[in-house]
Design a protein around this ligand. Structure first.
Ligand SMILES: NC(=O)C1=CN([C@@H]2O[C@H](COP(=O)(O)OP(=O)(O)OC[C@H]3O[C@@H](n4cnc5c(N)ncnc54)[C@H](O)[C@@H]3O)[C@@H](O)[C@H]2O)C=CC1
Ligand SMILES: O=C(O)[C@@H](O)C(=O)[C@H](O)[C@@H](O)CO
Length: 316
């Protein structure tokens, strides 16, 4: 696959474009927002600079070469022209995705593979029936040029050969495809993240702990073991009979299902929507997002290198 189109140049789209370009694909990217389109080159160049600084970028890449490999387009038809794979990374809104897939059905030849980077949506009902055999989910994690996990998720009608080809494409990026047998909202890692979020929202909304305490518990407790033990090898070290007793005691009850969090709603109402706004659960001190991304990426790359050197438990 050499010609790939990305629809949506936001947090994920620009990062997916970067990882594809660095591994030899010709990428075209578009966004309905003129401002977002204008930010794509700078965001990609900043990420590339961080990768190069850490020795994590393929040899010979600089901003000029990147600009040749990734073309930012204003028009959807020019973006998808000649593309064998179209990846949508637009807003997590089913109506917007349905409308986009309808446009792509009109513009793309029958053989074009249509992929969605959706975090949780069952996009398959949003895609025209005639496209189902060549439609799937390819879900990267943020930042996609550092986090190697990619969910490869078929719909009920996806051709297994397309799934296999996309898993190979992900491996060709040096990344790790998790090929699911069927769609389930959130796949594996996102479902686990949602389970964590459900508990975190409860702890925040019930005033049990503050954001910093919750992140301290995760960083100083869970995060140290997970890179080496994951969750189930860790259970083997805990002892499965204790695990069994803890379950049987019924002392832990998961929070009731929820579709909102009062704390989260209050933050969003104040415009505290994350690093792009300079504040969310934490106040980022007015630092520009690009600077925050670079600090995050430097730390992630250093940790990733250390983890590669340490490795998981043998035999797991
Ligand atoms: N933010 C994250 O950490 C992750 C998000 N995702 C998923 O990726 C997708 C994109 O998420 P983000 O990049 O965070 O969102 P974002 O809001 O940063 O970017 C989405 C972009 O889509 C553009 N857009 C909306 N409708 C469009 C259309 N019809 N044509 C072209 N562009 C259009 C918007 O202008 C916006 O720039 C969502 O489905 C999200 O669930 C997946 C993994 C991680
Ligand atoms: O964490 C990620 O990068 C991904 O799991 C995502 O899809 C989104 O962040 C999602 O978890 C938002 O709830």
């Amino acid at each position: 696959m050499t010609e790939i189109a990305i629809i949506g140049g936001g947090l994920m789209g620009h990062g997916i474009a970067l990882v594809l370009a660095l591994h030899g694909h010709a990428v075209r990217i578009t966004d309905t927002s003129t401002e977002t389109r204008a930010r794509v080159p700078g965001l990609m160049e900043s990420a590339l600079a961080t990768l190069r600084e850490a020795g994590a970028a393929p040899e010979g890449w600089d901003a000029e070469r990147l600009g040749q490999a990734v073309r930012v387009e204003a028009d959807l038809d020019k973006t998808v022209a000649g593309a064998g794979l179209v990846i949508e990374a637009i807003t997590e809104n089913p109506d917007a995705k349905r409308a986009l897939f309808s446009e792509l059905d009109r513009l793309c030849p029958a053989e074009t593979i249509l992929a969605s980077n959706t975090s949780y949506l069952d996009v398959f009902p949003l895609i025209p029936e005639a496209r189902q055999a060549r439609a799937l989910i390819l879900h990267w994690y943020t930042p996609p040029y550092i986090v190697d996990l990619v969910d490869v998720v078929p719909g009920p009608g996806t051709d297994p050969a397309v799934v296999a080809a996309m898993a190979d494409l992900v491996r060709g990026l040096g990344q790790v495809p998790i090929v699911l047998k069927r769609f389930i909202p959130g796949y594996v890692a996102n479902r686990i993240q949602q389970a964590i979020s459900a508990e975190v929202f409860r702890l925040l909304d019930e005033g049990v702990a503050a954001p910093r305490d919750i992140d301290d518990a995760i960083i100083h407790g869970l995060s140290l073991r997970i890179p080496i033990l994951g969750h189930l090898a860790k259970a083997d070290f805990t002892g499965l009979e204790l695990t069994q007793r803890a379950l049987a005691n019924g002392s832990y009850a998961p929070p009731p299902p929820r579709t909102r969090s009062e704390t989260l709603d209050a933050l969003c109402a104040e415009g505290r929507i994350g690093v792009m706004a300079g504040k969310g659960y934490f106040d980022w001190g007015g630092r520009p997002p690009e600077e925050l991304f670079r600090e995050r990426d430097r730390k992630l790359l250093a940790l990733k290198a250390a983890m590669a050197g340490i490795g998981r438990m043998e035999g797991t």
